[in-house]
Write a protein that binds this ligand. Sequence first.
Ligand code: FAD
Ligand code: EPU
Length: 347
Amino acid sequence: MVGARAQNEGYSTIENASLRGRNTFGVEARAATLVEVRDSRALTGLFGSDLLRAGPVLVLGEGSNVLLTRDWPGVVLSMTARGIEVLDDDGATARVRVQAGEHWNDFVHWSLAEGFGGLENLVLIPGAVGAAPIQNIGAYGAEVRERIVTVDAWDREANAAVRLDNAQCAFAYRDSIFKRDCDRYLVTAVTFALPRRHTLRLDYAGVREELAAMRVAGPTPSSVAEAITRLRRRKLPDPAQIGNAGSFFKNPLVDEAFALALRREHADLPAWPGGAGKTKVSAAWLIERAGLKGLRDGDAGISDRHALVLVNHGRASGAQLWALAQRVRDVVRGRFGIELAPEPRIV
Ligand code: FAD
Ligand code: EPU
């Protein structure tokens, strides 16, 4: 049963709210209270109120990188504020501030329509703009940190609104200060620097081939976005068809020497330089080679299209999906001596 909805200045609340439609795995979990904040100026009052002082607070965007394994006993808070503002534009680069509740992919398409580049490789990543800095979203040879100037957030430790510059965000592969200290910051807006002209990134496997198949001779940010959209639609299962959260594990960073030894045994293991004496190896390959691709245990499964994607075939619970993920982790550890780390937040 869904409890009463109440409207307040800048936010609304729902008691005993279902989160099934708010996570792309489509698993059921309930929030004692769901708070939707449409104006970040309401946060000062909210964080001073009993509502948020009392219990644990879980921040939720569009739920495309979380696995809910249980009900949430306190407040689930969602930033729904919308708005895109061009702060300045010198003809070469524009600084654009975007509210946390904008859809990421809509913002990418807005930027392309305005003639700005820099986000085309990150097209079609699900989720909200406010979540983009959390794990420093990345795809097809680009990461969002390359375009972020500042992140506006509510700092629960300081009980104040703060603005972090790019260095303070401590971005790394699928990581940032926000992901490491996930109870501290609530992102309210992100400011990007977007170039009108820049060198396109076409080196990720498949991009040039897709452009060729599209008969594009002189690629533009828009045609690169189109090529990557096609690649992504082919490779990844669509959460609207089958519940999933994209890659369930990060690609592990292992010592170079270890990777070399592994590749002597398995010449086809995809690997990339990881920096600082590390090599990044393909988690999808490890899982497939361990014989787990397409595996199914009840309604929890590993996609038969992409071995790194955990899927909900119907009514799997978050706990069942998590049990399967741990089984995958155990098998890969036993077979290759590599520890896989989950990419989504496990609640
Ligand atoms: P949620 O899932 O709601 O939240 C994710 C995390 O961010 C949680 O820890 C949450 O607490 C926190 N969070 C969310 N909003 C805020 C906020 N305003 N302030 C503070 N914390 C917040 N990711 C990639 O990097 N690259 C990809 O190519 C990619 N492909 C994907 C493909 C599919 C089909 C799917 C389902 C997911 C994919 N993802 C990918 C993962 C996901 O899209 C991103 O991580 C996205 O940024 C999550 O956004 P969200 O709004 O759904 O966040
Ligand atoms: N592969 C397999 N089996 C599979 C799928 C892939 O062996 O079932 C191998 C392929 O041979 C390929 C390699 O794995 O050479 C890499 O595959 P892919 O290009 O699909 O990329 P990925 O490493 O699996 C990462 C990101 C994705 C991102 C793509 C494209 C992580 C954890 N995942 O996936 O991000 O879209 O690259 O850049 O870094 C996400 O984070 O949710 C996500 C989808």
